[in-house]
Design a binder for this molecule. Sequence first.
Ligand code: NDP
Length: 292
Amino acid sequence: MPTTTTITKVTVIGLGPMGTAMADALLDQGYDVTVWNRTASRADALVARGAHLAPGVGEALAANELVVLSLTDYAAMYDLLGPVEDRLQGRVLVNLSSDTPEEARKAARWAADRGAVQLTGGVTVPPSGIGRPESSTFYSGPREVFERHRPVLEAITGTTDHRGEDPGLAALFYQIGMTMFWTSMLSYWQATALARANGLTASDILGHAVDTANSLPGFLAFYAERIDAGRHSGDVDRLAMGMASVEHVLHTHADAGVDTALPAAVAALFRRGMDAGGATQSFSGLVELMGK
Ligand code: NDP
């Protein structure tokens, strides 16, 4: 049974909106927090609240065993920690910067070669969700290290979801979420542009947009089972019907003089499914096409 360590001191490197919220949450919960940021002035408010500003990134590493990294990407980590890599021995790097699963695996090996351990994190909430019990973060990496430091991780977001030992898994879950987030939000901007071209405001369509988004969980659950069973039969929907529908969407945008890049890309995918012989199958069959 892994044991939990009562760590009271934490370093946070990277004080963008996320790192700042994390350092704030740790201070709120009584941790002794050392911070460092490339642009030092971003630490001012935290220092006023009792955080220690390390004079350099090496000193920030030396200050504590547990080091939270909240940087734009993993390249920023190499920029920062590369020159002080001799300070990494014995450190636990909780890397909450986002990047690809492959970058997360590479960084875990890089850290291990320098005597440190990386826990990869994928935070699923914006800065306003940091420090809140209902917020959640994916983690992956050594389970024992995760369990040992769970209280600190729970101070950052109340729910911690360890997905496995592979350091790439937390990044993969994060990227799965972001795949849906960016395209869903883009579809909302697209719908709003169409509404505005027709004299409606974002507020006018908000209720309809929310109802549409709220209808999606039922579709996801329905199709997940069938996809896992390899079943794409056209008993509920057929790709040929979808093809006609997405073309109506495309033409509605073209008629209104709205950018058609997104609806055209959707129609092109449906067309490839049709060309592959999927007309009488469900549009869920596109998942097989995309997987190739
Ligand atoms: P920002 O990109 O705004 O800030 C990240 C930090 O990285 C800053 O402190 C910045 O320093 C530092 N940084 C970037 N490049 C370098 C470099 N080459 N050398 C040194 N320092 C560098 O990100 P956020 O705080 O918004 O987010 C942090 C991470 O969390 C990102 O990976 C993001 O994808 C992820 N995330 C963000 C969410 C959000 O809503 N903001 C939600 C979920 C995840 P400086 O201040 O000097 O510019």
